[in-house]
Write a protein that binds this ligand. Structure first.
Ligand code: NAP
Length: 200
């Protein structure tokens, strides 16, 4: 099968992630999308990050009922910092029959070379990078071509709508008591409220 992977902190998961998944599935004929909440990121301050257990639970609630979407806890279970190349190694070990497509937003195209062992990421999956309307598409094409040449990578630039929504903005709204309905799935909003997340 063709499997799309969306890794993320998902702090919290929101409609931007879900629409991104749906769009990539349709555009590249992917059979399933697997969401993989990150364990510990060495690139982010852990201060404002909800626990792995909570982020996993919210991701599971967000995709519940969609048979073509799954949530994997493999990064959360792994000790130490989370590295994408290790996740891909594990996926290939456990699911040698599948082809993997790593999906991310435009920003990651510019940072991926700073991730650990980018050459091993590119050799284990194809990349789908979402080009928001506001993205400088010509600039993205230049970067993608550069990476393709340097790493023998396969990169697809997927036109994507401008959904001006981010987990950071949502956490701020939650902290300030502003509504997040329709921006976050209802079941996730309930979970946040019941577990008193993002209060301060
Ligand atoms: P995140 O903020 O939780 O978001 C997940 C993905 O959704 C990102 O690619 C993000 O793209 C995209 N996204 C969010 N809001 C969007 C919107 N409104 N429209 C379109 N796309 C949207 O994820 P993250 O914490 O940056 O992590 C992304 C992945 O990179 C994770 O799997 C992480 O492990 C991996 N990573 C690996 C390393 C490493 O191996 N060393 C280092 C850094 C990250 P944007 O970022 O463009 O918003």
């Amino acid at each position: 099968m063709k499997i799309g992977i969306i890794g993320g902190t998902f702090n919290p998961i929101h409609i931007g992630h879900l629409v991104l998944a749906t769009e990539a599935m349709k555009e590249y004929n992917l059979d399933e999308i697997w969401f993989i909440p990150t364990g510990m990121s060495y690139m982010k301050s852990q201060k404002q990050i909800a626990s792995a257990r909570d982020r996993l639970a919210m991701t599971e609630l967000a995709i519940a009922g969609n048979e073509r979407m799954k949530c994997l806890d493999i990064e959360i279970k792994r000790e130490g910092y989370t590295y994408t190349y290790e996740t891909l190694e594990q996926l290939h070990r456990e699911y040698p029959e599948h082809d993997f497509f790593f999906i991310f937003g435009a920003d990651c195209l510019y940072t991926i070379e700073t991730w650990k062992l980018p050459e091993q990421i590119f050799s284990q999956c194809e990349i789908i990078a979402a080009a928001r309307n506001g993205s400088l598409i010509e600039e993205m094409k230049t970067k993608a071509t550069e990476l393709e040449k340097k790493y023998d990578a396969k990169i697809h630039l997927m036109p994507f709508m401008d959904l001006e929504i981010s987990s950071t903005v949502l956490r701020e709204r939650l902290m300030n008591g502003k509504p997040v309905k329709y921006l976050i799935p209802d079941a996730v909003i309930e979970y946040i409220s019941e577990n008193k997340l993002y209060k301060d």
